[in-house]
Design a protein around this ligand. Structure first.
Ligand SMILES: Cc1cc2nc3c(=O)[nH]c(=O)nc-3n(C[C@H](O)[C@H](O)[C@H](O)COP(=O)(O)OP(=O)(O)OC[C@H]3O[C@@H](n4cnc5c(N)ncnc54)[C@H](O)[C@@H]3O)c2cc1C
Length: 204
């Protein structure tokens, strides 16, 4: 047991897994690898203030001192592209390997991109990461009109935020109401009214 625990994915789950190992007394090596270059950050603010406020900074999940103080070896900018379970080893994109005794996968999720012509044009963006949010912030500051595909929580948060920042915003939702997977119709209808009152156009 010399290689310890390797956690792949430095989002909320990965960081908390590392913290919980230490809190529960695990004293072997803990290596946390993530393919983003940042200190792990909170995602919820990205669809709220961050995309409209050029001065807003990412909010770290934990300060840098947490990682050093807890002997958690955080390695940013490292993407794992293969697991060799038999040899207990991970291949690092671009070269190199990382051995583990135990492996935790905390690789999160990503938005579904649309398999449509034009989906790869510049100006067609998804929101998941800090890098995505920076791009949306930069591009939306230079445009008047924004169309958002998806009337779930994140789509509607972006709509409200960019409308408040003065953009003309249209939300397109494939089913007949907003927030269809998340809330009751009466709540969805209230949210729709509130958004429309601010000037957001909604097509369901
Ligand atoms: C814009 C936005 C707003 C949100 N707002 C809310 C909210 O208000 N309330 C709420 O409860 N939830 C909210 N969520 C959801 C919440 O952020 C997620 O549930 C949470 O981020 C999930 O954490 P996770 O660690 O499982 O995954 P993630 O945060 O996705 O982290 C996974 C990490 O693993 C990395 N990774 C993936 N594959 C590899 C690989 N092969 N090698 C190395 N690294 C890899 C990814 O790049 C990422 O950094 C929001 C999400 C977004 C995107």
């Amino acid at each position: 047991m010399k290689n310890g625990v390797v956690i792949v994915g430095a989002g909320h789950a990965g960081v908390q897994a590392a913290a919980s190992l230490r809190e529960d007394g695990y004293d072997g090596p803990v290596i946390l690898v993530g393919d983003e270059d940042e200190l792990p950050y909170h995602k919820p603010p990205l669809s709220k203030t961050f995309i409209k406020d050029a001065e807003a900074k990412p909010q770290p999940l934990r300060g840098e001192a947490f990682y050093t103080g807890s002997a958690i070896d955080y390695r940013p900018g490292v993407r794992i592209d293969r697991i060799d379970a038999g040899r207990r080893s991970l291949d690092i994109a671009g070269g190199g390997a990382l051995a583990f005794d135990h492996l935790i996968l905390a690789t999160g999720s990503r938005p579904r991109t649309l398999p449509l012509p034009g989906a790869d044009l510049s100006g067609v963006l998804s929101l998941r990461s800090l890098a995505d949010a920076r791009l949306i912030r930069d591009l939306s500051a230079q445009t008047d009109e924004v169309v958002i595909l998806g009337g779930g929580f994140i789509g509607l948060e972006i709509a409200a935020t960019l409308r408040a920042a003065g953009r003309t915003v249209t939300v397109v939702e494939a089913v007949d109401r907003l927030l269809g997977r998340a809330v009751a119709p009466v709540v969805a209808s209230h949210v729709r009214q509130r958004l429309e009152a601010t000037g957001v156009s909604i097509l369901t």
